[in-house]
Design a protein around this ligand. Sequence first.
Ligand code: HBI
Ligand code: FE
Length: 296
Amino acid sequence: MKRNRYVNARRNADWTIDQDWPTYTAEEQDRWRRLFARQEKLLPGRACEAFLEAKSRLGLSSVGIPDLMDLSEKLSALTGWRVAPVAGLIPDDAFFDHLANRRFPAGVFIRPEEELDYLEEPDVFHDVFGHVPLLADPVYAQFLEAYGRGGRRALERGQLHNLARLYWYTVEFGLMKSPRGLRIFGAGIMSSPAETIFALEDASPNRVGFDLERIMRTKYLIDDFQQTYFVIESFDQLLHDCYQDFGALYDRLRSGPEFEPDELAKNDRIIAKGDFHYFRAKGRGEGKCAGFPSQP
Ligand code: HBI
Ligand code: FE
């Protein structure tokens, strides 16, 4: 297979494979360098401090695709997390088991040239550049481990759809307050130049203060920029609010509203109400207000 040469690699019971680092071609290494250089220019003043700091501490650089063994040694010295090579998406139970044991499963193929800006499966640039740096932050590190344990419980209880929304709106597309304005921490934004700008600077999307239950009631789009971004105060807030058994919350979620990706809810702490021009032009959402009397 051209697209991902690892799909037929011999894999272990936990879905990990050998990264086989020496076999990356010069072309693939160059693709990493270009992706890296492009994000490197955009992220100062846009990515949260913890990310920027960890990125250099871990020695991520435009030199090329990191050897995940070396990277794991550096990361584990900081927070005990390691990076586990996988071929692509792995089953939910295996994914959560890795997280619960402080191993982050990272895709090791690099996106093909034709999909430089959009791809469906997580590749090494998304997973390693986007996700790994924050694992060097002790509080974020604890949050993601707890998420892994919560994932296993959610699977048993048939509540994964709700928990997956938390992952989506924080780990992948989360924003954070900082003394000098909003910053990115979600890996889906971090690894996308277009969404880096869109999430912070475009007038289209809503930006709403983090609320766990509200997020778990909110659907999401997987094939476009987000219509609503949720904003945490800090990783301490994220960990604190999520460090609980979600059992009672899941029971509440069985009734009550579900929100569309473009909808504002009555009790939202609105940081910015989107004008939705980007989405309206594509015929995909206009920014409804649930529970508000509709304006003529
Ligand atoms: N596998 N490699 C990989 N990466 C993911 O982010 C991932 C996965 N398998 C399942 C999964 N995510 C979902 O369970 C979560 O996003 C909820
Ligand atoms: Fe991801």
